[in-house]
Design a binder for this molecule. Sequence first.
Ligand code: ADP
Ligand code: MG
Length: 692
Amino acid sequence: MRPELLNCLFAEAESLKGVGPGLTRPLGRLGLERVKDFAYHLPDRFVERRAVTSLDEASVGEQVVVALTPREYRASGSARAPFRVLAEDGAGNVCALTYFGRASHLAKKQLPLGETRWIAGRLDQFGQTLQIVHPDHVAEQGGAALGTLVEPVYPLSEGLVQGRIAALVHQALGLLPDLPEWIEPGLFAKMGWPAWKDALGLAHKGAHKAARDRLAYDELLASSLALMLVRNANRARAGTPLKGDGSLRAKLSLPFGLTGAQKRSIAEIEGDMAQGAPMLRLLQGDVGSGKTVVALESMLIAVEAGTQAALLAPTEILARQHHATLTRMAAGTGVNIALLTGRDKGRARESILIGLLDGSIHICVGTHAIFQEAVSYRNLALVVIDEQHRFGVGQRLMLSQKGQNSSAGRRTPHCLAMTATPIPRTLTLAQYGEMDVSRLDEMPPGRQPIDTRVVAAERIGDVVEALGRHVAGGEQAYWVCPMVRESESEDIAAAEARFAEMQQQFGGDVVLVHGQLRPEVKDAAMERFASGQAKLLVATTVIEVGVDVPNATLMVIEQAERFGLAQLHQLRGRVGRGSGKSTCLLLRGGALSEVGRERLALMRETQDGFRLAEEDLRLRGGGELLGTRQSGDTPFRVASLEQISELLPLAHDDARLLMERDGGLTGERGEAARLLLYLFERDYGVQLLRGG
Ligand code: ADP
Ligand code: MG
């Protein structure tokens, strides 16, 4: 149960004055659902204005506060033309206050002729005249205007304006309780940080580094603590020590030898599974590095030891593909591998459930459906989770507990998580701090480098032509439409439009896949593509994860500059999977930022996912806002990438010390730390303390 002290922070957004049903959606898009979310809705930046007594002191482009007296209204004939109020400062300089659209009515009311007003806004020049377009504030009193010298600029969504958000944030800040300090006293004093409540107040008032750092530190500490609690709880659990005799693995007929990295990873996994405490291991390996066969060998160890294994995939498509691949590879072993997804109903489903319960099915591949209430295993001892980044720690935890749903008793299965997102080392600690890590840092031999080129979007006609030749030559291609617009449905509309154009060009050889298609439609499309019937797959980023079609050797990515490096890398990894030469064309829009340019250059230069991940961190740390909330992102809301690099090691050490001294979190600081865990919704950590 959440401590009562925090209840006011967890009250719904609607409990704030002025929030009705109409606002909940735009607020929800910003993640503003509870009172605490508003307090933590930190400004992107601040407008800093300077108070001047005459316009002579100000320069064009500057944000100012100045007293002006309106002298004349100047409306022009056409409705489109702006409405201007000519006003004068104390020294007789003239400045136009310019309003577009239907704001003239308001302007006249706010700016009566001959009466001095305080105006806040950005001073611009229009021809020979000075002007301020849509002043931010118009006040009768100097004092009120001077109160706006430093003003926060908040992230917005459609249907919201700055003033509204600012007022709600202000209300939320007024509701904050005083909380006991959870930061280690020595560190707290040394850093000179403000107390929690003060830090939140300050962070909204100006660019206050100590306050922002403190808030980021809190989040990092909460995360580190929670991961440590998970880790400790896992250590204390009973697992099943598994020893395979190698008999099934010997019967595998792989068309290739394992890489050194694969052998090393398998050995590490085998070592973990032989222990009494359940394994919690992350297998990190770039797209194409060969994680599937590592998963298979691990699952065979479990089967050799007389138990069952399950492989959880994030999507239906991937579950099917894994099932097909594993069945093919394990053909000579006599191991029974079943597929279970949410779509299986009736008899088919029944017979799988029976097989899982009586143990005649050794390996079960599927989506979330494999951990539903009704699914029981005879003796599940290993769970493999593919494409880990789709699942947060909380979900990982839930899955391993579901895994206990086994008639062999309450033993926790070993857990192997796999991710193709080669995140940088600092972030590995942040995201997977509770796990041990194996890295597949070596590609299988014989891979051809992917020829990557950047092409201006105007040349799309040439690209389609090249695509035509490619397809005519018998090879397949992907066409990726970006996620860029306000809503998912707009993105899908864009993808559908592109699909229609491609169909005109290439007839029935084209399929479309996106997130809003019904699963069976999506699978049918994927199957047509995978079998080679369809030559071109048009998709939104849903193909990002794991699809394997070796004959697809061309990838076109529209508006590539919109994607983060990590994501581009993931997408590109869909090609270059066979022995043929592959090409990736990155279409770029006209307005390319410096960072965008650098990103695309890096994509051309290297195919090393770990390097791209480090570079991605560096580039995004440079303050680029666009794209920061894309997949492969950090699990943090407050802490910036820079703060993570700086403060996470401190938080990690602090958390470890606290756990050593007060592992049950029962002391004074421990109690405060519990509040912290709830505050950042890492309270599954606290749950573990109870459940043991
Ligand atoms: P990942 O899941 O890591 O992206 P996959 O397991 O799908 O990669 O493997 C990619 C491709 O490489 C598959 O076609 C697989 O058969 C092949 N492969 C895996 N290991 C090796 C190896 N040691 N030598 C050659 N090919 C391999
Ligand atoms: Mg894979």
